[in-house]
Structure formats: C-alpha cells, structure tokens
Design a protein around this ligand. Structure first.
Ligand code: PEP
Length: 274
C-alpha cells in the first residue's frame, strides 16, 4: 500500500464498475444496521432516486454491550442483496467481525447470481485483529475498508492495513472515524479528518471519512448546520475519496446509533453540499 520502500504502484482499483482512487470521491450513505426490510427498501429507493450506487448496511454489528442488538447476521443477507440489485446498488460496505462471514456473504451472493457487490469493512474494534485481517487479505474477490483504530497510533493502523496487502489483497480503503478521547464530549470521538492528506501522502490508499461515527449525534452549530455536515465538509475539503455516513428513515426506530443518523429528507441537500 505504499509503505514498502520499493513499492511505487499507483493507488486505486475498480470494483463492480465503481472506481476507487486517491483522485475521486464515492459516497456510501446508508443504514448503520440493517433492521427491517421496509427501512432497507426506503433507503435504497432514496439512493436510487438520487443517482447513488453505493451504500452501507451493517449485518454483523460489533457492540460494546453484549445485550445490545448484534445485527441480523447472515439471515438478512438474501433480502438485503436482492433489494440492492433491484435498486442498482453496485457496492455495499458491510462490516464483518469473523472470518466465517466472508463465506456467508460469498455463498449468498453466488446463490443470488451476484446482484450487487460487497466491500468488507473492518471496524475500529478489529483494526488489529490480525487473523481477521489476514483472512480478508487472502481473498481477492472483495475489497476492504479498514477503519482506523480509535485508541492506537496512526502508524499502527497503517501497518494493520498492510496486513491485508501482504496477504495479497491491495484493494484497500483506509477510513478515518475519529479517535477516542477521555472526555467524549462534545462529540463521540475527536474528529481526525485533518489526517486525510497525511494518509494520502504516507500511503497510496484512497481515504474514507466517517463523519457519523466521529460526531455521534445530530447536534447542530448555532447557524443550524448539522455537526455531521461540518465534519463531512472538513473531510471532503481535506481530499477524502469516500464518505461513509449513516442515514435512517426513522432514526428513533433504528436499532443501532439512531441519534447520529441523518433523515432521508436530508439526503438530497447533503449530497448537493458535498
Ligand atoms: C460502523 O461503521 O458501523 C462502525 C461500527 O464503525 P466503527 O468501527 O468506526 O465504530
């Protein structure tokens, strides 16, 4: 990924017809967690209406509390993938938390005739789960989206990305999602999007920002602009190549992270602003 002294290859790759590079921008608006078919349908319809071909959909959720909703897992994959195909979604960013999930996703897509594509997301809690990284690195069917570890150095997170490439999969996007701070206020995490150009300088990975998990709320500045929008703007102005952002038709009914989800009616203005 550009971290080896003899590696001078260009950045970027194309997956399922969508180009990812250090020179373009893809938006992945979607549900933090898949809940009911109606919400997935509404989300994908809104994306189609706005000409978007990528989304985020969490089926396997890594939760801090074992009693919180853990995601529908493989049970929801068939209908999520079918709906994606119906609405022209080409790439779904989907977090996996265990190696076996790769096979579950692959089997399901194969059975359905591959109506859509999947980008395997590695969450911040698994940035240094080296066995998971190696498993994702060993397969070359799906690209990877690696979240920065929220409590480790940037260098450690970049080395984690290299685990994917060293096993053979260099189709990797690096995602900034904020860092843990002691106070946890006013945002859930300290927004770290000033690091976008640094990561682009240090590696040849396209860089994603996740304003939703950085900010963690629908708070607004005194001028009425959502903090999530301000953070998105910071990331995009800094040169981000991908935006991963939570939307939900009914945030009050969302099973994970509802308070940070933007409303469906805010999608056109959000896209326009970017
Ligand atoms: C997510 O994107 O759904 C998520 C859990 O993010 P993170 O790993 O950054 O907390």
């Amino acid at each position: 990924l550009g971290r080896h002294k003899d590696d001078h290859r260009q950045s970027g790759f194309t997956y399922n017809g969508v180009e990812f590079s250090q020179n373009n921008l893809n938006i992945f608006a979607g549900l933090c967690a898949v809940d009911v078919p109606e919400h997935v349908e509404q989300m994908m319809q809104a994306l189609e209406d706005n000409g978007e071909v990528c989304t985020r959909m969490g089926a396997y959720k890594p939760r801090t509390n074992p009693y919180s909703f853990q995601g529908h897992g493989k049970g929801c994959l068939p209908w999520v993938f079918e709906k994606a195909g119906k609405h022209g979604i080409k790439v779904i960013a989907m977090e996996i938390t265990h190696e076996s999930h790769i096979e579950e996703i692959d089997n399901c897509l194969e059975k359905l005739g591959r109506p859509t594509g999947v980008m395997l997301q590695i969450g911040t809690r698994n940035t240094q789960n080296f066995e998971l990284l190696k498993a994702i690195g060993r397969q070359k069917t799906y690209p990877a989206l690696l979240k920065r570890g929220f409590g480790i150095t940037l260098n450690e997170s970049l080395n984690a990305a290299e685990y994917l490439a060293s096993e053979g999969n260099a189709n990797v996007i690096f995602c900034l999602r904020g860092m843990k701070t002691e106070a946890g206020q006013p945002h859930r995490n300290m927004v770290d999007f000033a690091h976008v150009p640094a990561v682009k300088r240090l590696t040849r990975m396209p860089v994603c920002v996740d304003p939703s998990h950085s900010v963690g709320s629908r708070d607004r500045s005194p001028d009425g602009i959502l903090d999530v929008m301000h953070a998105t703007a910071q990331g995009v102005i800094a040169g981000a190549n991908m935006v991963l952002v939570d939307f939900h038709p009914k945030p009050e009914k969302a099973l994970v992270d509802g308070p940070q989800a933007l409303l469906m009616k805010e999608l056109p203005a959000y896209l326009e602003d970017i």
